[in-house]
Structures are given as C-alpha cells and as structure tokens.
Design a protein around this ligand. Sequence first.
Ligand code: FAD
Length: 402
Amino acid sequence: MEIKKNIVVIGAGYGGITAALRLARLFREQPEYQVHLIDRNPYHTLKTQLHEAAIRRTAVSIPIDRIIQRKNIIFHLGEVTRIDAAKQSIHMGNKSLPFYYLAIALGSQVNFYNIPGLRKNSFPLQTLRDAQLIYDYITRLCARAASEPIEKLRRDMLRFVVGGGGLSGIEFASELADHAAQCIGNYHINPQEVEIIIIEAGGHIMSKMDESFAARIHKRLLEKSIKIVTETKIVSRTPDTVTLSSGKILRTKTVIWTGGIRMQELARQSGMKIGQLGRIIVDEFLRVEGYPFIYAIGDNALAMNPCSNEPVPAAAQFALQQGRLVANNIYADIVCGERKPYRPKLLGEVVSLGRHLAVGWLALPFLKKITFVGFLGNLLKTAVQEKHIFFLRKESRKWITY
Ligand SMILES: Cc1cc2nc3c(=O)[nH]c(=O)nc-3n(C[C@H](O)[C@H](O)[C@H](O)COP(=O)(O)OP(=O)(O)OC[C@H]3O[C@@H](n4cnc5c(N)ncnc54)[C@H](O)[C@@H]3O)c2cc1C
C-alpha cells in the first residue's frame, strides 16, 4: 500500500478549519497527499460569539464531522502535547502523527499575568466550556441574590467586575447589562444594587480601535449603566474582593477576566522563534522562520502588516484570511503555482453592545467606509458571523449548530 504524505493542520478554529477545507479542495486530485485535522474538541467554536453563549446560552459550536463530511480530511480528536519540528511529527500524549507539511492554528489562551489569586478566583472567556461555566454561575448567582435578605451580601453578589476593556470584555459586559435588566424585572431586584464595572489598564477602552469609535462605545456603555474605570489594573483577587492599582478594594463574587491573551508554549518548546505574546515569528508567506514546511495561522502567527510594519492583531477575520492563504501556499510549494505574500485586509470592525445594538464600520471600495451604530450595526455583525457559517455550510452542504 502506498504511504501517503500527510499535510497536518493543528487547531480547528477559524484559521485551521479554513485551511483544512481549502487544502482538501486543492488536493482532491492528488491522492498521494492526505489532509489531517487535529483538535482537542470535536466541534468548531464560533469564538467571536462566546459572550452571547455565556449569557444567553446561544449555540456557538458546530460539530467537526458535519463540516468535514465527504471531504478528504482525517480528523483526530486529541490534545497536541508536542510539536517535533526537526523530526516532523505531532504528538498527542503517546500517539504521534508524522507530517510532510504542517499548519499551526492553535489560537490563544488566557493570560492572567501572574496576578495573585486571579487564576483561581475569576472566569476566563476563551472556550465554549468557559462560556458554559459563566452561564451556569451567573444564572444561579442572580437567582440566589433575589432571595438574599442581607443587603450587603446581595450587593456583593450583584457587583460584577470585568477585567479588561478590549473587545471581548466590552461585548460581555454589554450582554450582562441586558441580562441584569431582565433579572431586575423578573426577580424584583432593586436596580440600584446591580453594578457592572469594567477595569481597563489603558487610558481608554478598545485601545486598538479608532479613538472616535472607542468614544462612541464608551458613551453607549454608560447609557447601559456600565461603569468604566480606566488607567487602573487589577492587582490581586480573593474569592470576595478585587484590589485595584489605585488602592481601592471592591467587594464582589464575580470577576470575568478578559484582560489578556498569550500563546501556548508548544511552539517555543519545539525550538521555533517566538515574538510578542508568544506568537510564532513568520515570514511574509506565513512560514515559520527556519522551517519552510511549517506555516502558522491566526493568533499563533506574528504576521506583520507591511504597510504599518505593525503585527496583525489577533482577530477572526485575519485568521480566516491567513487560513486560506496558507492552504494556497502549501499547494504552491508542493504541486504548482507561486507562493503569495500575506497582505492583511481590514474589512471592518463591529462591536456588539448587547442583543440589539452594535457599533462598527465596514470597508467600501476606493478606501471609503460606512459606519453603523445601533440596530443596523447589530445586523451587520450578524451578517459578518453568518458569512463564516455560510462558508462552512457551503463546504459541507448541510449541518446545524448546537
Ligand atoms: C469572547 C471573544 C470575542 C471575540 N470577538 C471577536 C470579534 O468580534 N471579532 C474578531 O475578529 N475577533 C474576535 N475575537 C478573537 C478571535 O476569536 C480570535 O482571534 C480567533 O478565534 C483566532 O482564530 P484562530 O484560528 O487563530 O484560533 P481559534 O479560533 O482560537 O482556534 C484554535 C483551535 O485550536 C484548538 N486547540 C488549542 N490548543 C490545542 C491543543 N493543544 N491541542 C488540540 N487543539 C488545540 C482549540 O480547541 C481551537 O479549536 C474574540 C475572542 C473572544 C475570546
């Protein structure tokens, strides 16, 4: 029997699933190559919608088998524990898989920055499991608070601290504010006792966004009665308190930590060169420096924007673009064609501020932009998310989310 050459994609998030599907399509006439996809979960997570799942328990995952059905992709359910770049093999505990070409798309994980007590006493929001835990916790906490007779304890339960005023923190806090408004009515809670506080280390929230947009978002958050504390860090956390860099101590049962991300140690351990936040240094084609047969995608790749000379932000739209490019470049390396350099395209930015509201902009031809605020913005955000789902659905013909 002929031994096939493996093209392995690790991580079935935005970048990895796009790369694997594209590779399967490109290599369909090359039976000597086999595409493999590895993930620790049997589903693809729509990570950009996790804040909704954490509050409203919406469906944000799609089973992998539905996405890859009838495709030339072998899926492996497992935790990647080691990448042996020199010997060209991937290890999942005591199982291993040799590769001819590799695309690394393992995404990012939460960074607690070694803040005392934070890891133990706060909720991250990076995975479907995190969202499910938050949903269960907050649902129970609001119900318990409703019948708590001691006001001080009730207030501790109803004070929610969100660490980090970036995209995921803002989107989560907004969803929580909508949810709190509902609970207030349904459980007859005194609205004065509910507090949602965003703690941001920088001078303003949404530091990576245009300042005028950040200001609009700030205004909308205040309208939702969300408090915003800037230029302040969380310096420690106990089960009942948060200490801020200003010296202030807040009593709270709940901290949702969205204040930072970092990459896993796998690439560093395998000898690859690592840059900012542990991202893998790649060349203009997204190949890992020193390993022309290994590519990195999405949050894992320290891809540079040649126009600004700045690193491309960790965002789903870039992971999708890179997944497609990496598949094309691997095909060019192995079969035919010319490798193409990565040129990031910022197609727009949309921030959802609860169920019915979003603020954002979308790129138009000739360097023009259209901006959206309010319900229209929300429709735009939904359209952007649906576009990704439509792509997956088109690839797999039919499936449902669950
Ligand atoms: C709450 C939240 C909201 C966000 N909102 C937006 C938004 O509105 N717009 C936007 O552009 N970006 C948003 N982002 C960022 C965006 O989700 C990421 O940039 C994007 O998911 C990166 O894609 P990726 O393919 O690199 O990794 P991911 O999508 O994170 O996929 C990584 C995959 O690797 C798997 N994996 C990880 N480690 C292992 C291992 N050791 N073994 C096996 N499998 C492993 C994971 O299970 C996962 O399936 C948001 C992020 C969060 C957390």
